[in-house]
Design a protein around this ligand. Structure first.
Ligand code: HEC
Length: 136
């Protein structure tokens, strides 16, 4: 096990914690659905990276991409959309690297993806960005 995997595992643990923290006051079925799927796909991607299973990397990143395309229509404005964009770019890079069977590139894109999970959750928790969760 290289340090890269330890790092990826640590990032995953951090983003799960950040996700739990992002859970707002309101009960939100739709939000939970998106995020549970994201968590599921990102876990699958980590497993695929560990196994060096390129088709599984690309497949799960594509599912994640399709999901975030839908999310784009459903909600968000301003900073939220900006974060979503960063997330989508990292995700597209992950698809590309998976398709090219570039393990180092895919690992880096995965770390960027997980950081974008954490950063978006920060934005969501930041009460000063009131507009973030309006448009739904
Ligand atoms: C563009 C913003 C954004 C990105 C990127 C993002 N999330 Fe979230 N996340 C949210 C919001 C908003 C919530 C609060 C609940 C909701 O409305 O969905 C949340 C909540 C969560 C939760 C709490 C669970 C729940 O059902 O309420 C988990 C777990 C989660 N996110 C996982 C992830 C993972 C894993 C990623 C990255 C692969 C990710 N999120 C990326 C915005 C984001």
């Amino acid at each position: 096990m290289s340090t890269r995997w330890i790092l990826a595992a640590a990032v995953t643990a951090a983003l799960v914690a950040a996700g739990a923290g992002a859970r707002g006051g309101e009960d939100d079925e739709a939000g939970s659905f998106w995020m549970q799927k994201k968590l599921e796909y990102s876990e699958n991607i980590l497993e695929a990276l560990a196994r060096e299973d390129y088709p599984a990397i690309s497949k799960n990143a594509r599912s994640m991409n399709a999901l975030s395309q839908m999310e784009k229509w459903v909600r968000g404005s301003g900073e939220y959309r900006a974060q979503l964009k960063i997330f989508q770019n990292a995700n597209k890079q992950l698809i590309r690297m998976g398709d090219e069977e570039n393990l180092d590139g895919a690992s880096l894109a995965y770390v960027q993806l997980t950081l974008s999970c954490v950063n978006c959750h920060k934005v969501v928790r930041d009460r000063s960005s009131e507009t973030t969760l309006r448009a739904r």
